[in-house]
Design a binder for this molecule. Structure first.
Ligand SMILES: Nc1nc2c(ncn2[C@@H]2O[C@H](COP(=O)(O)OP(=O)(O)OP(=O)(O)O)[C@@H](O)[C@H]2O)c(=O)[nH]1
Ligand SMILES: [Mg+2]
Length: 272
């Protein structure tokens, strides 16, 4: 590289030591924040934190007024954890609060019930530094899976995914999944405004509307380890449907079609 193309030494991530090795073959410069919404998850947090890579920049735990030791357990497990108390209610409200508190350039959303494996974070981050705006976890992309979904939830998710794909020109294989990552700069375009479990659907729709570059990441969802789900299939399914209809009726943010960074055939398990 000729010297006039080289950044000043203090701005060159290579020289200033900003690159962190994340595998033996891969180093990244952008700081990664992990946001964990948690409501009464004290028993599950040890399993969650155990899988988080040590190279992440920060963990933001959004506490939903837990009545157990969620906050104390988080502090014991990860002394630098940033704990944010949520003022409103619901997972969507918690995530919006957590995103605003992040100082990293990349944000990864991880559930606190032990269903997500933090070792997958490197796949999400690789997709983002490789050019994607939004790395969208999928249990139904080739290589993904779920131990947690009942047949009725699978059916509901499949129907809702098809509706979103049809209405918004997307090619998603999974809609209602909480393991995703994105560049913090995308938050302005997403302009999230919802309270409950419809939050992932809203994100996926706004991503498609904004024409952001999406890469699906095959992900495996494990069963919740302790406690019971906060999700109610019918109630929350209707909330998701309501968001889809509302967003479809709303004026489009932009008319650009969504770009999919991966070959859609691969994500459906087809061989070309
Ligand atoms: N802070 C906060 N976290 C919440 C709230 N509701 C759910 N969560 C968290 O969001 C994550 C997902 O919630 P779950 O109850 O596991 O819902 P789910 O994953 O759809 O359901 P299962 O697959 O049955 O576990 C968990 O980490 C919850 O603790 C809330 O109101 N506030
Ligand atoms: Mg769960």
């Amino acid at each position: 590289m000729s010297s006039f193309l080289r950044p000043a030494a203090d701005q060159d991530p290579l020289i200033s030591g900003r690159y962190r090795p994340v595998t033996s073959h891969f180093a990244i410069a952008p700081p990664v924040s992990v946001v964990i919404p948690a409501m009464n998850e004290a028993e599950n947090l040890p399993y969650v934190f155990k899988t988080l890579p040590e190279w992440i920049h920060e963990v933001v735990l959004v506490d939903g007024n837990s009545t157990d030791d969620t906050v104390q357990v988080a502090r014991d497990l990860w002394p630098d954890v940033k704990v944010v108390e949520q003022l409103g209610k619901g997972k969507g409200d918690a995530l919006i609060t957590g995103f605003a508190a992040c100082t990293g350039e990349i944000i990864v959303m991880v559930d606190a019930d032990g269903s997500a494996d933090g070792n997958e974070i490197v796949s999400y981050v690789s997709a983002l530094v490789g050019g994607a705006d939004f790395a969208k976890g999928s249990r139904f992309a080739n290589g993904g899976g779920t131990d947690d979904m009942t047949p009725i939830r699978k059916l509901g998710n499949r129907v809702l995914t098809s509706i979103v794909n049809h209405k918004f020109g997307a090619r998603y294989t999974d809609l209602c999944y909480g393991y995703n990552a994105f560049w913090k700069r995308c938050l302005d375009e997403l302009a999230l405004d919802c309270a409950g479990f419809e939050v992932e659907t809203l994100m996926n729709i706004r991503v498609a509307k904004a024409g952001l570059r999406v890469q699906e990441i095959p992900s495996h969802e494990f069963v919740r380890i302790h406690g019971t789900s906060n999700l109610r299939a019918v109630r929350d399914g209707l909330r998701v449907l309501h968001v889809i209809l509302r967003e479809h009726g709303a004026k489009r943010l932009r008319s650009r079609p969504p770009r999919l960074a991966i070959a859609p055939a691969a994500s459906r398990g087809e061989v070309s």
